[in-house]
Write a protein of this length. Structure first.
Length: 107
């Protein structure tokens, strides 16, 4: 069974072919999905354009400072937010940056 963090908190932003993003949990499901079934992101009303998600912002969001905008990982298995206060504070700092981005359904 997963904990709340692994199901309801952002783990990765995955860019789709049309430029929109799926915000997924640790199991690569849309946030809140508890299913083990395969999920086609395009079939769900979850995709959004993230204004301002450029390489500089991506570097701040990424757990390791990556500028890759195709997949933006907010943490990895070596810095799970619930493992320590430092990991959680670092993660929440990245979520604070993410929370300020404007979203829209269209690019």
């Amino acid at each position: 069974m997963d904990d709340f963090r692994a199901t309801y908190l952002p783990y990765c932003l995955i860019q789709q072919a049309d430029g929109r993003y799926a915000v997924v949990n640790r199991r690569y499901k849309p946030l809140g999905y508890l299913t083990g079934e395969w999920v086609e992101y395009a079939d769900k009303p979850i995709l959004c354009h993230l204004a301002g998600l450029d390489p500089a912002t991506t570097r701040k969001l990424s757990w390791n400072g990556s500028e890759n905008t195709d997949r933006v990982y907010l943490y990895n298995d070596g810095c799970v937010p619930t493992a320590s206060d430092k990991n959680m504070n670092d993660y929440l700092g990245r979520v604070a940056i993410l929370a300020k981005l404007k979203v829209s359904p269209q690019p």
